[in-house]
Design a protein around this ligand. Structure first.
Ligand code: C2E
Ligand code: CA
Ligand code: CA
Ligand code: CA
Length: 278
């Protein structure tokens, strides 16, 4: 029986293309990574363009692979999304972020809200209860949590999505729309959703202030967000020229290598403690 399974697998693997094999390998290793505690969160500060102070941070998943070293989420998140493993990863991220916030608060750090990325697949009617349980377990206030969601969720557009968002907002959490401008949501559309913050995607920030199209898009997004009374965060800000342009537009916060790359928890705590400024 074993031989026939083996030869079956062999036959199958010959049929598979490299990509599918690679995905299966990553999926298996990722399951193991969850068990072996190979995952960790890095934190990237968000700074106020007005005060120059750290006013938030985004938690970003990292995988310390025993052989390959630090693996970027760009490699494994898409696989996790495809296989559904993103649900387990997403739970781990929420749990770990709350554990860390609790530890920082116990160490008397004054914490700005910490953002976690949510996959559209995590977004179901049980999500508010699941998050409430994690918050309760770690004694973390909902105001400490900012949930970053993407436009793909809005395009699904159902009333049920709006209801879940309203529930999360009513609990006291903030909602940010990530990678804004890369999807399909229009101004009229956005109005329906209880979102507190728009994040301008890095692809529009790269060309500032020289690319006319990028300037026009950034300007339009900021104007729109202001009309909807939403906060605006620009992501991927790398140069002082980009920063100045965004500040003049009226953008509220920036996140990017200009201020800091994503860093281990201890380094972020040091920045907070030292009051690092823009
Ligand atoms: P994202 O949510 O758009 O996160 C921002 C990405 O931009 C991060 O990449 C960050 O390191 C990078 N970045 C920030 N500032 C700069 C900059 O100035 N220049 C450049 N070149 N890059 C910058 P990272 O950490 O590799 O994450 C990639 C993506 O993986 C994230 O994009 C997000 O979609 C996904 N991801 C990361 N962690 C999680 C997670 O816990 N859950 C889920 N569902 N997705 C996650
Ligand atoms: Ca994000
Ligand atoms: Ca983003
Ligand atoms: Ca992005």
């Amino acid at each position: 029986a074993i031989r026939s399974i083996e030869s079956g697998l062999l036959f199958y693997s010959e049929e598979m293309n490299q990509r599918a094999k690679e995905h299966m390998r990553i999926e298996g290793e990722l399951r193991q990574a969850l068990l072996n505690q190979e995952l960790l969160l890095y934190y990237q500060p968000k700074v106020s363009l007005r005060s120059g102070r750290i006013v938030g941070a985004e938690a970003l998943l990292r995988w310390r692979h025993p052989v390959r070293g630090l693996v970027s989420p760009g490699v494994f998140i898409p696989v996790a999304e495809e296989t559904g493993l993103i649900l387990d990863l997403g739970s781990w991220v929420l749990e770990e972020a709350c554990r860390q916030i609790r530890a920082w608060q116990d160490a008397n750090l004054i914490m700005p809200p910490i953002a976690v990325n949510l996959s559209a697949r995590q977004f179901d009617s049980k999500l508010p209860q699941r998050i409430a349980a994690v918050l309760e377990r770690h004694q973390v206030q909902p105001e400490q949590i900012n949930l970053e969601i993407t436009e793909s969720l809005l395009v699904r557009g159902a009333e049920s999505v709006i209801a879940i968002m309203n529930e999360l907002r009513a609990m006291g959490m903030r909602l940010s729309l990530d990678d804004f401008g890369t999807g399909y949501s229009s101004l009229a559309y956005l109005k329906k959703f209880p979102i507190s913050t728009l994040k301008i995607d890095r692809s529009f920030v790269i060309g500032l202030p020289d690319e006319e199209n990028d300037c026009a898009i950034a300007r339009a997004i900021v104007t729109m967000a202001q009309q909807l009374r939403q906060e605006i965060v620009a992501e991927g800000v790398e140069t002082p020229e980009q920063m100045n342009f965004l500040r003049e537009l009226g953008c509220d916060q920036l996140q990017g290598y200009l201020f800091s790359q994503p860093v281990p928890a201890a380094d972020f705590a040091t920045m907070l403690r030292d009051g690092k400024r823009l």
